[in-house]
Design a protein around this ligand. Structure first.
Ligand code: PMP
Length: 409
């Protein structure tokens, strides 16, 4: 366990990109909800994978293939223990959150959703937790229902309870909103849904990097996340699914790896988790993801949560002192994201000028257009934090926003 505050300099030194100068200013990277930077341990693992361990996994009799297979399966065990899944059979490697959700929407949908059935999502979902369900509903003639949030950015759980019914087949909800920062009470949501006999998929893209996740305590039916948002590489992600669901679901894609036997008359499918992993998996990505997980575990997820929560509160306080500051998302329980507008300055202009000071922020609708519509706006300026950010960087951001605002006035 590492005290982040006391070791912030050496932690920052783990991330080579943080030494970048942007227009002669030190980079202040506050776009972590989009993707996080990588520690050298992860970068070196990728290089080592290609230098010393590169061979296709599974069924290889030769030395390198066995090494690569062992590393890949070790990565699966690492993810299983990170999420506290009861078995690595429940850990499917995908390309990321988006593919994990599409896999469930297709496969669970094929088996369990028919005309007139209902799927429930929330108003604060990322597009990747809306569109796959919409496509499923179109395919099957099912109906998409939506749980709204209030102006603080908190879900209306009474509406959720009232929507759960005989035809509800699944509820899909973000653990943490990428736009509002709201931490949704997913344990409570799952309990409510299970009382109605409805399974729940949790989009963990914005929660896994910031807090300990225990899928068994949560009792989630499906839990998904992306490697690149938790200091791992792009192109690798995870679908956790309860074995009882995955066993019943048909394959998502066909190809190598996912089969037991193939003939032109009949193909039988492989056991879990391989049934859902058609084709050569990203075995370099999986081992690098495991390295990223080991990195955050060494620091300690509880330490990360405490440190980032302090940073978020500090940033919120400082930003609120700026004239004309409006923060979207004021939930009692928030994590790591601040969406804002400053006076009448367009977020795009603000973001572009802050970039000239070396500050990397995201502007736009953050793939959550329904959230923008809720507030009658088109975009926000979003700052999002990671374990390597500091209060000095927050001060620099606040000073930068003040400078830009003065320029406009
Ligand atoms: N859900 C949420 C809440 C997200 O923040 C994101 C990424 N912005 C996604 C899903 C999609 O993740 P990916 O693009 O890595 O598949």
């Amino acid at each position: 366990m590492t005290d982040i505050q006391a070791n912030i300099d050496s932690i920052r030194q783990d991330f080579p990109i943080l030494e970048t100068q942007v227009y002669k200013h030190p980079l202040v990277y506050l776009d972590n909800a989009a993707t996080t930077q990588k520690p050298r341990q992860v970068i070196e693992k990728i290089e080592e994978g290609y230098r010393r361990q590169n061979a296709n996994v599974h069924r290889g009799v030769h030395f390198l293939s066995q090494m690569a297979t062992e590393a890949h399966e070790d990565a699966r065990r690492c993810v299983a223990s990170f999420l506290n899944s009861s078995s690595e059979r429940e850990i499917i490697f995908t390309r990321g959150t988006t593919e994990s959700i599409n896999l469930v929407a297709f496969s669970f949908g094929e088996k369990f959703v028919s005309e007139g059935d209902e799927i429930i999502v929330t108003e604060m979902e990322h597009h990747s937790n809306i569109v796959p369900w919409q496509m499923l509903c179109q395919r099957k003639g099912a109906v998409l229902k939506v749980v709204p949030f209030n102006d603080r950015g908190e879900l209306d759980l009474q509406v959720l309870s009232s929507l759960l019914g005989q035809r509800t087949r699944l509820v899909a909800v973000a653990h943490v909103s990428n736009t509002l920062g709201t931490v949704n009470p997913v344990a409570e949501i799952i309990r409510t849904c299970h009382e109605a006999g409805v399974p729940v998929l949790v989009d963990g893209a914005q929660s896994v990097p910031h807090q300990t996740i225990d899928v068994q305590v949560l009792d989630a039916d499906f839990y998904v996340f992306s490697g690149h948002k938790v200091y791992g590489p792009t192109g690798i992600g995870v679908l956790y699914g309860k074995e009882k669901w995955l066993e019943q679901m048909p394959p998502y894609q066909g190809g190598g790896e996912m089969i037991a036997t193939v003939s032109f008359e009949k193909t039988t499918y492989n056991e879990l988790p391989y049934k859902f992993e058609a084709g050569t998996p990203d075995f370099i990505g999986s081992t690098a993801l495991a390295e990223a997980i080991r990195y955050v575990q060494r620091i300690g997820m509880d330490n990360i949560r405490r440190y980032e929560s302090d940073l978020l509160q500090y940033a919120t306080r400082q930003l609120m002192q700026i004239d004309g500051m409006r923060i979207f998302g004021q939930a009692g329980n928030k994590e790591s994201v601040i969406s804002m507008q400053v006076g009448k300055i367009h977020p795009y202009d603000m973001g572009t000028l802050l970039d000239k000071l070396g500050i990397a922020l995201r502007t736009g609708h953050h793939c959550a257009e329904p959230v923008m519509r809720h507030f009658g706006i088109e975009s926000t300026l979003r700052a999002s934090f990671a374990l390597y950010n500091t209060k000095a960087e927050v001060d620099y951001l606040v000073e930068g926003i003040r400078k830009v605002r003065n320029l406009f006035e």
